[in-house]
Ligand binder design. Structure first.
Ligand code: DX5
Ligand code: ZN
Length: 223
């Protein structure tokens, strides 16, 4: 069970103290959304910011690249201290060499699928990835509502993992709150990226503990 607060929902006027809050919260990963104003209609931050934050946190840095030209960004983000680089399956033909580049840089490899995209597109890559990220909103902005049509994709990802004896994590991102996270866990997700629902809480540590407890109760019920 991995809980990954998404920094996009933090107060950007004081990123250092927001990262300190996440460090102290008991969360497992810090999710970092990289938006280029082209692949998605929004711009967030780049490798310089990730590099500045790296010494402030011992957490796993989960970098989500929502960028049209990730080829020019893999090395900068690897050097900035990313632990995992997630690439969108919507990149098409460009994807295979990019995944190998991430591996060659010594980073964990993630693959992301958007709500309108068929989950079958990720199938050829399943043997080669560490993380499969199912978007549960259309990427670009925090604070959107969870898209319930994503749940069968999570079930499919979990079935493939079981049938093929693979070990990739199954992550969900977008509109993940205390209710929808449990529904995703029921469908087979194990990694929960959450921005607004966590950062809007005054006590982030209590929120992470509450979410973990709900998720643990759900997985205990499944056994
Ligand atoms: C959306 C990003 C998400 C975002 C989630 O494009 O990929 O990581 O921060 O935010 P919430 O949890 O507010 O939907
Ligand atoms: Zn994200």
């Amino acid at each position: 069970m991995i809980i990954a607060p998404s920094l996009l929902a933090a107060n950007f006027a004081r990123l250092a103290s927001e990262v300190a809050r996440v460090n102290a919260s008991g969360a497992d990963w810090l999710h970092l959304d990289i938006m280029d104003g082209h692949f998605v209609p929004n711009i967030s931050f780049g490798p310089v910011v990730v590099k500045a934050l790296r010494p402030l946190s011992p957490l796993f840095f989960d970098v989500h690249l929502m960028c049209s030209k990730p080829d020019i960004l893999l090395e900068p983000f690897a050097q900035a201290g990313a632990s995992q680089l997630n690439l969108h399956v919507e990149l098409g033909e460009a994807l295979t060499p990019l995944l190998w580049s991430v591996r060659a840089l010594g980073k964990r490899v993630g693959l992301v699928v958007n709500p309108p995209t068929s989950v079958s597109l990720v199938q050829p890559f399943l043997d080669h990835i560490d993380n499969l990220l199912i978007m549960t909103v259309n990427p670009g902005f925090g604070g959107q509502s969870f898209i319930y049509e994503s749940l069968p994709k999570i079930q499919q990802a979990a079935a493939w993992r079981r049938d093929r004896h693979l070990a990739y994590t199954i992550a969900v991102d977008g509109g993940v709150d205390f209710k929808t996270a449990v529904e995703c866990a029921r469908a087979g997700a194990d990694t929960f990226i959450s921005g607004t629902a966590l950062f809007s809480q005054r006590n982030l540590g209590a929120a992470v503990r509450r979410l973990r407890k709900l998720l643990e109760e759900e997985t205990a019920n499944q056994r």
